[in-house]
Design a binder for this molecule. Structure first.
Ligand SMILES: [Zn+2]
Length: 250
């Protein structure tokens, strides 16, 4: 066989192997890119992109890599990649723990909710009291003005009293706002209808990380090294509020 024929034969064989490899893994080709846009490089802040690698034995591996690093655009970005398979496992473990925690938190909230009627009544009584005090100060100010017009007070006395009433009214208004915020927290956040609990509840029976799960639950994943990452959850303030609140009940 002529040399060039041997080369052609080798090329044909290689092509066939590659095609066979690709064919065998065709179902992976459009594999759902579950973490698309969610992984952030801790070095340079870029979004990691997914790369498909086919090994010599034909198995397909997906890796998420920082594009800055991958293209050697900036050598100060030192991060290695994250294997998609490991990422799925790590995130699934983290979500499972969060699901367990949310079940416990719901149980606590329900228990606390039953004893909570008294707390709400107390806050509402305080709110009514603040409205009453603010109303009373308005009346006093009107009376004060009349007294000034009738020359029962001189100007210095009038200004002094007026600013005292204003300061009192402001203090009561601030207190009123704080109480109203407390009511909102009780009604919207410290209940099983809490945004985080509602979001994660939908995935209780999901046995793998899906795109929907990732997008709903995860704000971003900061990658700081090979398979080393921190998950930043969505609705983290809502979760922090119930964690803080239920501490009292544990
Ligand atoms: Zn980077």
């Amino acid at each position: 066989m002529e040399t060039w024929e041997k080369v052609r034969a080798l090329r044909e064989r290689d092509k066939a192997t590659t095609e066979e490899r690709w064919g065998k893994n065709a179902h992976f080709r459009n594999d759902n890119n579950v973490f698309k846009g969610l992984l952030i490089c801790d070095d340079c802040g870029s979004k990691l992109t997914r790369h498909r690698c086919v090994s010599d034995c034909g198995s397909v591996v997906y890796n998420y890599i920082c594009p800055v690093r991958a293209n050697n655009l900036d050598m100060s970005c030192t991060h290695k990649n994250v294997r998609s398979k490991d990422l799925h496992e790590l995130v699934y473990q983290a979500v499972s723990q969060k699901i367990e925690q949310s079940v416990e938190l719901e149980r606590l909230l329900e228990r606390m909710g039953k004893n909570n009627g008294g707390t709400k009544d107390k806050i509402n009584t305080q709110i009514a009291e603040m409205h009453r005090k603010i109303g009373h100060i308005s009346e006093l100010r009107a009376t004060l003005f009349d007294a000034y017009v009738d020359k029962l007070l001189d100007e210095t006395e009038y200004v002094e009293m007026k600013s005292k009433y204003e300061a009192d009214a402001n203090k009561h208004r601030e207190r009123l706002e704080a109480l109203q915020a407390k009511v909102l927290l009780q009604d919207q956040t410290l209940t099983p209808q809490n945004k985080w609990l509602t979001a994660i509840r939908a995935f209780k029976d999901t046995h793998e990380v899906t795109r929907e799960m990732a997008v709903v639950l995860i704000e971003k994943i900061i990658v700081s090294g090979y398979n080393s990452m921190e998950i930043i959850w969505n609705f983290k303030d809502d979760l922090a509020a119930i964690e803080e609140y239920t501490k009292e009940a544990v």
